[in-house]
Design a protein around this ligand. Sequence first.
Ligand code: SF4
Length: 414
Amino acid sequence: RGLDFKKLVILSVNEGILPSKPSVNSFIPYNLRKAFKLPTQEDKDAIYAYHFYRLIQRASDITLIYNTENDSFGSGEKSRFISQLETELPARNPDLQLIQETLTFPSAKVPLIPVAVPKTQELLDKLQLFATEKGFAPSTLSTYLNCSLQFYLKHILRLYEKDEPEETMEDNTFGTVLHGVMEKLYEPFVGKMVQVSDIEAMDAQVKPIVEEVFRAVTRTENFRFGKNHLLLGVIRNLVKLVLDLDRADAPFAMQGLEMEIETQLKTLRQPAGVKLRGYLDRVDLVDGLARIIDYKTGKERRVELKDFAEIRDGTEKREAFQLSFYSYLYLRNQEKDAEVRTGIYFMRNLSKGLQFLTIGPTKANELDLRSLEDFEAELVMLLDEIFDKETPFSQTEEADRCRFCSYKVICTRS
Ligand code: SF4
């Protein structure tokens, strides 16, 4: 600080390093800090800017080096200070010479060390405990289908990511609030008929309920300004769109909300049975036919299956697998001849309405236990593979699935 150099070489002039990434190390939210003139991230950025420009002020030969690789060291984006120098400095200093060079080094091939976890007796005992006590939910099995090693790290070793405090609503909080609002709106109707007039009356309740659920989920009042304020507006609009769609199907009977159901499935390796469980967002009866509804705020994916063997396709068929699983769970808890339709309201595309799971070329969407026999067979195979002593938990072959995986450093797949 305060020193002048003729020649300067500065390393890591990357966004996120110079200036550093915003870090939340206070419980006082941004808007409050701003209002009470407490230091904010902008002040921190200004200090970085001061030191940077002060340092280069009297130098005549400056080399700024940044990493262009998007890897565990950063996003590969050059610092905003370099962009500023490139755009603003030539106009102010006619003697300036800007030279840009991209340097590449032949990569010393680091051999990827394959990671596989053999199923020892101790591990099989843990799996057994998991199967009988916790049980398999569709998300658990989807993780396995995505990568069996990921399943092991997440569900058996229970290595979770650290929960960071949220300044503004993250995707999962957005989803939790939306689910909570739909539940609260329909709660008084469980076991009753929902008429068109009931849905129309809900319109006025949407705003206070959205705020009430937000408070309960986040334990803050942080929704009056800024991004959270806008996101709550988005939730209100989405809820109203769902209610519009529901109105077209009314009257219907509300059977249950956030229903936790389970069943036991016997397999070759688990003759005593494995617990399968799931949460159904909503079950209602339209014209006497049961309908399981799931609300999704994430990416819209097709929920059509050519046959149940397709559920092995991992991420791409994740939602179709989940809906098949819910149909199976529900029907196992009903009379033998019961039928059900299972669909998703994709919040990102409500113009398509409720998208039902369809099977085969006829796109059948009314399912009974007989039509789910192939699904049951796939489940049995999948569970037996999980309990197969000879099949270790190993890395997925599809490198693409590792891109957003939290375990990629452990896996040397980063
Ligand atoms: S990084 Fe890839 S191989 Fe490793 S656990 Fe994640 S998905 Fe599996």
